[in-house]
Design a protein around this ligand. Sequence first.
Ligand code: FPP
Length: 274
Amino acid sequence: MSNNLIKEFENIIESGSRDEFLLRQIDPKRLPAHIAIIMDGNGRWAARRSLPRVAGHRAGAESVRATVESSARLSIPYLTLYAFSTENWKRPRLEVEALMGLLREFLRKEIRSLKENNIRFQTIGREEGLEPAVRREIDRARRETAMKTGTLLTVALNYSGRSELVEACRRLVMEWLATGRDPSELTEADVERHLFTAGLPDPDLLIRTSGEMRVSNFLLWQIAYSEVYVTDTLWPDFRRADLFEAITEFQKRERRYGDVKPVEKGSLSVANMK
Ligand code: FPP
């Protein structure tokens, strides 16, 4: 059944390898449409090797490359990566500069591969808070991939879920004041229209690396019904096989969105209560 997927990774994964074994477990008909990832553990990865934190981020950028490429091969429609939170500005200046440098380098080096893999690129977050050199690179990647129709890669930069919600509230207040509508008319769809992620479906699967059980201010509204998968693997070690494992685990979950299983519904029907 997974033959189509195997074909997508032909000449890339070895026959009989663990990657192939895991890929064969994936049901191509039930892939998550949107995968969001909290990439954590770069610092610990570096510390374990007595390397500076920046070395962990550099290795993490390689995991980004691998994960983006694998998601495109799997035809995952949406991939959203948490690269820099509004809280990350508190880190030492040199680390912040290194992270911004890595992002620019990634965009410069990977733009060709993004295009070849039919990937569209965008960011979410307060872009105006980023330095001009980073913004120029983001703008170029966004423009050059604007017509691509495969995976939409969204990188969260200078992002936090709470600030996104505050921004949405501001815009809603302005809209309501301008149109004189009654507050009771406000719906969830109105809020969604004003989020940075407007137009994207909510994540089906939220992956967090390095074992921490936190959501760290990421997509707070959007992950209401996401399946959460936490792995102990540190982000710089996260590779194709880890993505396949997360997807396999996701496919084992039963999503009910607050409802009960249809069979349980039957057992609660009035006829059965007699
Ligand atoms: C968390 O690890 C990771 C980050 C804050 C940054 C993520 C950035 C990258 C993976 C590199 C560049 C990104 C792109 C999109 C090319 P941490 O430093 O908090 O790790 P720790 O908890 O072990 O200290």
